[in-house]
Design a binder for this molecule. Sequence first.
Ligand SMILES: [Zn+2]
Length: 410
Amino acid sequence: MNDLKEFWEWGLKLEDPWKVADVSYRDAGGEQEVHIRLDVPFGMKVRCPECGRMCKVHDRIKERTWRDVDMRGMKTYIRADIPRADCPEHGVKQTDVPWARPGSGFTLLMESMIVSMVRQMPVRTAGDMLHEYPNRIWTVVRAYTDKLTEGLDLSKVRRVGVDEKCFSGRDSFLTVFADLDTHRIIFVTEGKDSGTVGRFKRFLAEHGGKARKISDFSCDFGRAYISGIRKHFPLSKITADRFHLVKMANEALNDTKCGELKLAVNRMKAMYLLLRNPKNLSCGDLVLRDRICRDNEVLGIAYRLKESLCSLYSMGDVYSAEQHLKGWIQWARMAKMYHFVKLADTVEKHAAHILQRFSSRLTNAVLEGTNSMISVIKSRARGFRRTESLISMCYLVSAKEKTDMYGRSV
Ligand SMILES: [Zn+2]
């Protein structure tokens, strides 16, 4: 028996004053379980959680249980009465146990395993495999991601990308902020209004960042983010993201009513040819595209308007780009196509932000890249639509450094 105790003391890496008091095997509905009871022997001192001083034991609180990683397929539990330290400075305080996070029902080793599993599979599947309720798995995921965000140092962040992401249904949006220099997601919050920028400012300040040091933001053309940035980061320059401009140009083309079309291919294929970047089309497709534009005058003009706006980014300098943009706005208004006239108004309103791209060279490509990540997050969080769960999963999936609950790299 003493060998068994020593084995577990070694296995659990126990240090003074903790000792293994007892190891027992129990039958729980036909399943074998291992229960290891730990104790602080009489007369030994325990650490005050506030100051770290070794103090005499005042009393012990009722036995608590933590689930550890399974031992050869048997559920393994650690049990202990937790001593309360009698600190001369801080009074009677419950000592922290070295094998678990305060308040958790799992050991740190078990929590590390849960985090590793959730990186690879949906929370529900991890719960099924471990025979644990998914809500208990979520508490571990949230504790881990809280730890990840607590340790963030944002003092070096200078250029920030902000974008909305739709997670479930039309009303469930999160706003994601990324450091455009390190390509790291640094803050995720609920909603897509201007208040999200205010929350980012507070988060930045809590993690060593300063609003006046943020030189640039890259965002979409929506009023919400731009007004939020102007209010909370008045010194920052705003770059309207090129992906959003290209997207709006494509939408204007797609929505333009062109009447009865003469098409050499079905409509879906025709729109595919017109909406795709011509650089990615084969010679045959280019010939087909030209034929569609020649045979359908209105569609042809709409297509040229779209391509002309997208070609803005091939301009070599801001002066040429400005002239190109002015010419385009005039042309779009003269063409009198409703969706392009509307787009011309938006482009004119945000011309300064669009042209800022030629100085800042910023894009939200890193945030657009997260779109594939979103499907992973949705799959990991399937069945759990609570916003906090989705936010936690965003941090977990996007974390570049993989660490365990001990903070060690894995
Ligand atoms: Zn103390």
